[in-house]
Design a protein around this ligand. Sequence first.
Ligand SMILES: Cc1ncc(COP(=O)(O)O)c(C=O)c1O
Length: 409
Amino acid sequence: MRCAFLPFALPDINDAEYSQVKETLASGWITTGPKTRLFEAEFAVYVGARYAIAVNSCTAAMHLALEAVGLQRGDEVITTPYTFAATAEVVRYFDARPVLVDICAEDFNINPAHIEAAITPRTKAIIPVHIAGLAADLDAIYAIAERHGLAVIEDAAHSFPTLHKGRTIGMPPIGRALRHAVCFSFYATKTITTGEGGMICTDNDDIAERCRIMALHGISKDAWKRYTAEGSWYYEIVAPGYKYNMTDVAAAMGLAQLGKAERMAARRRAIAQRYNAAFADLPEVQTPLDPEQQRPPACQGCSCSPTEMQCSHAWHLYMLRLNLERLTIDRARFIELLKAHNIGVSVHFIPLHLHPYYRETYGYRPQDYPVAYAEYLREISLPIYSKMSDEDVNDVITAVRAIVAEHRR
Ligand SMILES: Cc1ncc(COP(=O)(O)O)c(C=O)c1O
């Protein structure tokens, strides 16, 4: 057994971040400024978006995007129960209602087959979440949104970089007449990090303009420049906005992280492939779907091969499922045993409808979303991050296999 505890997640920080941040601190300009603008420009190019607006979290990004599409009190927004608190809380900020639609068992993503039944005259938007870094069925979701005149705000907190049918998540849906924004997270555990941070990507001029203004107190364009030589002391408040801007210190980290995003993504992919291969012969567990090898639900209708599908997974999370009927222990005990092997683990996610706030506000019962509930009960997330050594990966594999071997039914 390993002697040191393997953390569940660690950021990949080295000289690139130190020197970028040092340069920013020395420049005398540490809040929103040139580094933030450069980070936005480079991020936009990376994902293929016309606009990228940097903010201080994905939560802020989704709040601004919903504000920009005009969400109002009493409106409804369709999303998934299988997500983090942020996805639905931003809807509640407006006193609007998150309407939950159950997931597909294969990939934990919202099941588009159930979306239309949840649409009412009050529905204004859909928030699909690309769980773990595998894209939801965007073709189906966009088509529904277009038919019903709804906005789509993608929660892409886990999916940088993710390829979906040849397009990077963050690119606008070509040929679709809908209001659309994609929100990324740079939280400490994410695939690239600025400590805390987020990005809104869109090709819609009005959404971009509104998000930019509302991210900084609702004051007129380029408000951040008012202390620079080319800036003006004069500004106008056009709406009561928020304080969601990204600092240049954070953007400096983001630039360094973006510079090594390919390497970090390749490492995560290699770890996922090692885990998938190492657990393939164990009927006691179900490995996550790898869109480079298997057809994800979003591609069920296509006839092309995995390579032709051009889909990839960001592998923010490695979500292993336990086939509990084949084990003599439950999920809680499995986690305790992994911890006893010095392996950090987590569970993603406790579905929203099981939490006291949503239960009490909307009267949900566990079985209201049977797929989300059933999959949650058997999920564990294993460590997956670019700083893991081959030895770390082997330790995780050894621990999982040992626990399974000792407790198979
Ligand atoms: C699915 C999902 N959406 C949104 C968020 C919120 O991201 P942030 O912490 O950047 O606000 C998270 C954070 O973990 C998340 O997992």
